[in-house]
Design a protein around this ligand. Structure first.
Ligand code: G3P
Length: 221
């Protein structure tokens, strides 16, 4: 399973990229707005740091604007995936851009039918938002199971990019289902790294070594 970071925060991107954890990045207008500053600089920098796919989202809601913006966004890097909303114009843009060899991520997907249609339009990625479904009392992970079954039945090449992830259990469940990608807020990736027994174990190793060193003051590893 690929791990993308769902952020425009350069510090987090560098931090997790240095650990070799990141296969790509997803951004959206809200995430760019959260960071403030000049979004162009942020998009350019992200595309330089990350070798894998970087999803950058169009703002236009009509077809020709999406195509124009999609092509402009591609100038930030060869690894740019154009993110379009799951609307009739979005799917039309997905079809056109994909036909030209420009990869597309169809975002704001909340039903298996929407995912099926995005795959038919040639999307490289489909982004179901599971946390937002959970938020309204629906089962977000059930949507991932349904999409996985549909894509497998017909051998669609479109990748399931699980988005709107809220906690590490979402990641385990998505991996068990066999989702292609999870895109994680930095806080979720931080939580995945941690375990209290790791901290206690490390503390014990270090204090035991200090005891040993007391009798061998000059010893070094
Ligand atoms: O890529 C955006 C998606 O992950 C949205 O997440 O937390 O705003 O529902 P959230």
């Amino acid at each position: 399973m690929k791990i993308f970071l769902d952020t425009a925060n350069l510090e987090s991107i560098k931090k997790f990229n240095d650990m070799g954890l990141l296969d790509g990045i997803t951004t959206n207008p809200s995430l760019l707005s959260k960071e403030g500053g000049n979004p162009k600089n942020a998009m350019e920098e992200i595309c330089k740091i990350i070798k894998g796919d970087v999803s950058l989202e169009v703002l236009s809601t009509e077809y020709s604007g999406m195509i124009e913006e999609g092509k402009r966004l591609r100038q930030y890097g060869k690894n740019v995936v154009v993110k379009v909303p799951m609307t009739p114009d979005g799917l039309k843009a997905c079809k056109s851009l994909s036909s030209e060899g420009i990869p597309v991520n169809v975002t704001l997907v909340f039903s298996p039918n929407q995912a099926l249609l995005a795959a038919k339009s040639g999307a490289k990625y489909v982004s179901p938002f599971i946390g937002r479904l959970d938020d309204i009392g629906q089962d977000g992970m059930h949507l991932i199971k349904e999409i996985k079954q549909i894509f497998s039945n017909y051998d669609f090449k479109t990748q399931i990019l699980v988005a709107s992830i809220r906690h590490p259990i979402h990641v385990i469940d998505a991996a068990k289902i066999g989702a292609d990608v999870v895109t994680l807020p930095p806080a979720v990736l931080d939580k995945m790294l941690q375990h209290p027994l790791t901290d206690i174990g490390l503390e014990n190793f270090l204090s035991d070594w200090e005891k040993l060193k007391a009798g061998n003051p000059d010893v070094k590893i």
